[in-house]
Design a protein around this ligand. Structure first.
Ligand SMILES: *Cc1c(COP(=O)(O)O)cnc(C)c1O
Length: 427
């Protein structure tokens, strides 16, 4: 496979943009190699500027559940563009998308749109603090909630500690209100509540996708709900990734635990920049201009982005079987990987939730970040490079989630399993 044009483009980009990319994970740092520069997408495929075609299991890191250039989404966007790109004034499309999401998510009674997942989470946390009048928050090691200061807190060493920032430029003062707990470990959450004078909220990815795919157990989420109730803290489900990816009605519908606030992003924009946070009406009433908690955005609820979101979510809602079909395909892929790994004596842990799939090069089951870190990342890097070379585009880190879209056919999955089988034999 020639990647000459990508090499030249990456060289140029590195002169102009730090690391040559506008979001660090795109630079392939954890697996090595040259990131492919993309010319276009076609359904379930990506095509790079050297005209190589790849089966795309990244799908823009989640948003493209209908694949690239879905006809109805493309049409909706083009229609919206003809009316103007942005007004900074309300449009009916915002209420339409709000109504649609509220009709699907039990726990969302009111919602506000922003332009990214980071903004959604940052705003939900501010709202939780404003509502409860408390400063501290609890997050889980290995969960990612965007790049805002207070949430960029690194994994502790297993012990529950007040967070230290994981990036230069984040003052320790800004993260001292962020407490860390261990995923799927309720005692670590209880410890946080004992350590803190006042916790506003606990934020969790109920189906974690940013340490690889690691779902929370039903029991753990139920206990988390009970602890939050006991202390009067809010429970926030960060479903920026899992929302409209794992299932239609949100993690609450599979786990039975209801959050107070939910953050969304990725799929709800259908490939355009959209985030949202919503939840209980009495909490949302604290948001400006109804209440005092300030939150704003020049391009929030952008009409073109709303059109893409509406087309996507409408299509998911009216096509009720879609998640079953996607999950079946994702399972076929992961079962194929598991079988191939076993045949080649390679330890592999796999999991699936709807259109999300994950695999770890590891001998034992994974329930938290510390366990995920035991995976063989060197083996992953080799697997990633070989698969890429064979025309299969997987996320460039062991700690990311893979995605199936409606344009990922059974034939593409069989080809992927065959390629993986061959590559496992060479690892
Ligand atoms: C992607 C993601 C975010 C951040 O969203 P951006 O749109 O990248 O800012 C937040 N939370 C979770 C769970 C995510 O997966």
């Amino acid at each position: 496979m020639s990647i000459e044009h990508s090499e030249i483009a990456f060289e140029k980009a590195q002169q102009l943009i730090p690391g040559g990319v506008n979001s660090p994970v795109r630079a392939f740092k954890s697996v090595g190699g040259i990131p492919r520069f993309i010319a276009r997408g076609e359904g379930g495929y990506l095509v790079d500027i050297d005209d190589n075609r790849y089966v795309d299991y990244v799908q823009s890191w989640g948003p493209l559940i209908f694949g690239h250039r879905d006809e109805s989404i493309e049409k909706a966007v083009i229609e919206a563009v003809k009316h103007g790109l942005s007004f900074g004034a309300p449009t009916e499309a915002e209420s339409e998308l709000a109504e649609l999401i509220i009709s699907i998510y039990d726990s969302i009674e009111k919602i506000r749109f922003v332009s990214s997942g980071t903004e959604a989470v940052m705003s939900a946390i501010r709202l939780a603090r404003g509502f409860t009048g408390r400063d501290d928050i609890v997050k889980f090691t290995g969960c990612y909630h965007g790049h805002s200061d207070a949430l960029l807190v690194q994994a502790g060493s297993g012990a529950v500690t007040f967070g230290t920032p994981s990036s230069p430029g984040v003052p320790a003062d800004f993260t001292k209100h962020t407490l860390l707990a261990e995923y799927n470990n309720i005692d670590s959450v209880r410890q946080c509540f004992k350590d803190s004078p006042g916790i506003a909220c606990v934020i969790i990815e109920p189906i974690a996708g940013n340490m690889g795919l690691v779902p929370a157990t039903k029991d753990f989420l139920a206990e988390l709900r009970a602890v939050c109730n006991e202390y009067g803290a809010l429970l926030i489900f960060d479903e920026v990734m899992s929302g409209f990816r794992a299932c239609l009605h949100g993690a609450e519908s599979i786990t039975g635990t209801k959050p107070d606030l939910v953050t969304l992003g990725k799929v709800i924009g259908g490939g355009m920049p959209v985030g949202a946070f919503g939840g209980r009406r009495d909490i949302m009433a604290h948001l400006s201009p109804e209440g005092g908690v300030y939150q704003a955005g020049t391009l929030s609820g952008n009409p073109v982005a709303m059109a893409a979101g509406l087309a996507s979510i409408n299509k998911l809602k009216t096509n009720g079987r879609v998640f079953g079909v996607l999950e079946e395909r994702a399972k076929r892929l992961m079962n194929g990987f598991a079988e191939a790994a076993q045949k080649n004596n390679i330890g592999l842990q796999t999991d699936v939730r709807g259109s999300m799939f994950g695999f770890f090069f590891c001998d034992t089951q994974i329930g938290n970040f510390a366990e995920a870190l035991k995976s063989d990342t060197e083996r992953f890097a080799k697997f990633h490079a070989a698969m890429l070379d064979a025309g299969f585009y997987f996320a460039c880190s062991q700690f990311e989630t893979g995605f199936i879209c409606t344009a990922t056919t059974d034939a593409m999955i069989e080809e992927t399993i065959a390629a993986a089988n061959k590559i496992f034999g060479e690892l």
